[in-house]
Ligand binder design. Structure first.
Ligand SMILES: [Zn+2]
Length: 155
């Protein structure tokens, strides 16, 4: 029974915690081998991060993935990323959204950049409304300001 429910949920919402290993090489290429957050070249292993954290939106959607150093990813954890990262993410979708969507939909991921941006907007609105904080870098957490939401105008 649980198995069937699980199948149903997978069918309706996409796979839960899918195998993200197939995502990494595609994004490493798009990000020119750099960590999404600190911009340094990633030597060794990279991790696929959910830009809008899984804890806030537990679905795998193509445009919500970025690759990052394990140390950056693990420090960010369940936080939203700071404005500069949000800007970069929207820019990455603007430049490479078609490629990300095309490649990852071939791997079975839901691809809808507009929907991914709406989810991000919703998540940032929630966080701004409660004067939340955002992750800027290792051990660097900053207040999340209203100006983050302006990035979604026209997005
Ligand atoms: Zn990094």
């Amino acid at each position: 029974m649980l198995g069937q429910l699980d199948d149903l949920e997978s069918f309706m919402f996409g796979s839960k915690r899918a195998n993200l290993a197939v995502v990494a090489p595609i994004l490493v290429h798009i990000q020119s081998g750099r960590c999404f957050y600190c911009q340094e070249k990633s030597r060794g292993a990279v991790e696929v991060d959910h830009f809008i954290p899984w804890s806030r939106y537990p679905r795998d959607t193509a445009h919500n993935f970025v690759v990052a150093h394990p140390k950056c990813n693990n420090d960010k954890r369940e936080m939203l990323a700071a404005k500069t990262h949000l800007e970069h993410w929207l820019d990455q979708i603007g430049r490479h959204g078609d490629e990300i969507g095309g490649q990852l939909s071939l791997k079975g991921f839901v691809s809808d950049p507009r929907c991914s941006k709406l989810i991000a907007k919703w998540a940032y609105q929630q966080a701004v409304a409660i004067n939340g904080q955002a992750w800027l870098g290792i051990d660097n957490v900053v207040p999340l300001g209203q100006e983050c939401l302006e990035l979604f105008y026209g997005a």
